[in-house]
Design a protein around this ligand. Structure first.
Ligand code: SF4
Length: 381
């Protein structure tokens, strides 16, 4: 998009109609848990917003978050995001290569001091002075410190950028860590998941452009609008759970009938995410919708703490001891809804003066579930 033309014109050139744009703004109001009337506020704010430069760094990762970002197509989420932002540096999708690519990064840092957003995908290896991941001869740990240290804010996307993810799983041979440990003290939003959901990433960007503020987060820096719901409380299979109807083995009658996957290892009772309401692949489905249990990929150090994936959770909040599936089905109704709904409105009226993310207790911690109780890294990170 040429900088001279406005967002509406740019979207038109990409084939995005005004109706689609307004639909997108309505979707964003819904994702951010704002009242529907905020769709108009979002629309006018986005149209007036300056195009924000973005630097997207990739380190120890599989590029799954980039895939998630690029594969969003309906309702044109990625097109709209690409027009809201000026993606100045993204190794996977940028046209320049080699020295020219690095020049783009250098130019952005020089021309927009404290004036760009940083997105980090992948873990940062700290071992052996960072030799396990270097780009253009520089260690990832040095790049991330320079780029994120000078950004308006940093968004860590995916499990690896959050807490080291798979590279940091025991025995963590490269001493991999997430952004929060590699660059402590910066303005940081964490968006865990394997990968993160592009609709939620878009929500963070739209929130910032609309309210000049980052969304409220929990104690782990995750935006409450996206990580404030216990999957189990919103799962369409919850009725089967409560009624004691469980899949006993893959392909059995219960599996074919869409019964609860708890006994097959579903981690939904201890996982925080808006997956059930936002969905994946343009909201066509999500893991449990595809008859596979949740693996808790948005939980801390899930490769170590949520495995074996197909083993039933031994405990559920409020019980403290191993219970039978039938007993579990009678409990676990956390008071998430009120806190979640209140968040959006509170967030919307927050002062535009302070872009630092606010920290609120996550609903799962209030109700005492294990999921995201502050956990110490198995690797000491
Ligand atoms: Fe849904 Fe899993 Fe909870 Fe069953 S255990 S209701 S499949 S989240």
């Amino acid at each position: 998009m040429a900088d001279a033309i406005n967002l509406e014109e740019a979207l038109y050139h990409r084939g995005v109609t005004r109706r689609q744009f307004l639909k997108f703004c309505g979707l964003m109001a819904s994702v951010l848990a704002l009242p529907p009337r905020y769709a108009g506020t979002i629309a006018s704010s986005l149209q007036a917003a300056p195009r924000l430069p973005l630097v997207w760094l990739e380190f120890q990762d599989c590029a799954g978050n980039t895939e998630s970002f690029l594969r969003a197509s309906n309702p044109t989420v990625s097109q709209i995001v690409l027009d809201l932002l000026s993606v100045n540096y993204h190794e996977t999708i940028m046209a320049p290569a080699g020295k020219q690519a690095e020049q783009s990064l250098e130019d952005t840092l020089k021309n927009y001091p404290k004036g760009y957003l940083a997105v980090v995908e992948g873990a940062i290896p700290m071992g052996e002075d960072g030799v396990y991941c270097t780009i253009a001869g520089r260690a990832a740990k040095d790049i991330v410190r320079e780029v994120c240290g000078n950004a308006i804010a940093t968004i860590a996307v995916g499990a690896c950028a959050w807490d080291g993810g798979l590279p940091a799983a025991a025995p963590n041979p490269t001493s991999a860590v997430g952004v929060k440990d590699a660059v402590p003290g910066i303005t940081l939003i964490n968006m865990p998941g394997c990968p993160m959901n592009v609709v939620n990433l878009t929500g963070v960007i739209v929130h910032y452009l609309t309210f000049k503020d980052l969304p409220a987060t929990d104690q782990m820096g995750r935006p409450l609008f996206a990580y404030g719901q216990l999957i189990h409380n919103y799962c369409p299979r919850r009725g089967h759970f409560d009624a004691g109807r469980f899949v006993e083995e893959w392909g059995d009658a219960g599996h074919r009938l869409g019964w609860c996957l708890y006994k097959m290892g579903c981690k939904g009772p201890q996982a925080l995410s808006n997956c059930p309401s936002v969905g994946w692949n343009d909201a066509t489905s999500w893991p449990i919708g595809s008859s596979h249990g949740c693996v808790g990929c948005m939980s801390p150090h899930f490769w170590d703490t949520r495995t074996p994936f197909y083993e039933r959770l031994p405990n559920v909040s409020g019980y403290g001891i191993e219970v039978t599936a039938d007993q579990v089905g009678l409990g676990v109704v956390a008071g998430v809804t009120a806190a979640f709904a209140a968040h959006g409105v509170i967030s919307a009226v927050r002062s535009a003066a302070n872009p630092i993310a606010k920290h609120e207790s996550p609903p799962d911690q209030q109700s005492g579930t294990r999921d995201d109780a502050p956990s110490s890294s198995p690797n000491g990170s």
